[in-house]
Design a protein around this ligand. Sequence first.
Ligand SMILES: [Zn+2]
Length: 418
Amino acid sequence: MERLKGLKCRECGRHYPSSPIHVCEFCFGPLEVDYDYEAIASQISRAKIEAGPPSIWRYAPLLPLNIPEGETPVGQAVGFTPMLRARNLAEELGVKELWVKNDSVCHPTWSFKDRVVAVAIGKAKEFGFDTVACASTGNLANSVAAHSAEARLKSYIFIPADLERGKVITTLIYAPTLVAVEGTYDEVNRLCAEVGDKYRWAFVNINIRPYYAEGSKTYGYEIAEQLGWRAPAHVVVPCAGGSLITKIAKAFNEFRLLKLIPEGETKMYAAQALGCGPIVTMIKKDTDVLVPVRPNTIAKSLAIGNPADGYYAYRAAKDSGGYGEHAEDEEIIEGMQLLARTEGIFTETAGGVTVAATKKLIDSGRIPRNEPIVICITGNGLKTPDVFYDRLSVDVTIRPSLQVFDQALADLKSKAAG
Ligand SMILES: [Zn+2]
């Protein structure tokens, strides 16, 4: 039985064959992959998943790729990242059960984008493209560059010219063609839509978007599997384009439909920076009208002022009974430091947004203190240490002498006591 039925419009429900398109030609609604869950049910079980590889490919029947028997997909080691019981952070935040889903160590490029890109580039290969491309705020650039190298495809990567130096270098190392555009992400994305119309390239987050977005589901599958085949009561998700929060909700719903986890509800919470938080603004104002903003935040990886899935992200939070919260730049920094000093995890600014928003949601009573909470850490701080250059410094510099050290230690202790 065929697992994949093709594409379906999220608005009017019209069906399309599987091809590199992303918009409904009747109502301009976004297209998504349409599955035959009866066919999938006969191919999937907890035991089969657990016997699969320690990567996103353990969920292959729920992904939109046709992987021939014996072949290894692009992105061999992507996913199955740690799910950590964060006891120290839970204590600081005053909650009973807190988990960190840690995609800051996703392979190969240390962010959850490796999940979406592995699926997108696999699909681009199936469609026969020889060139892939993307518009990126940084992590996607890293991942498209790495995976297209592995897949032996040419790549063109478009970024805002003011991106952090770390993200630029960690893209260039894979030898793509990197195009820096003087403008915001939203302007880069608009240019890419025009480039995509003109050249026959697979833009992973434009014409390949329906397949790309499906890769995000694996993040939700892993949360449920790693919690012992149950979905948590509350999940806090950083939002940029807004796709991830919708796909985590979809992952839990699919697992429930396939009876891999029990029935139940998971409340979804959106986390955004105050300097670029149009989705959270929708949630707080309880309106389904998205007002685009011009980003002004240190959380550059989330700096999408006109998020493609903004409306659906709003719905995911709203329909689940969840909420959303903004974090100011200073709170983002504190969030990063809190996670690092309690759990030993160095996340990028997006993680700081998530931690800060979680703290506010708990303090305000939106998230109860006695129910299981998962926070989504989606990128690694080692890519963007820049924000700390002016804030952190060596405690003391000494000559290599025990006597000098003894004195320095005494000074440090009296300073700490004073
Ligand atoms: Zn439609």
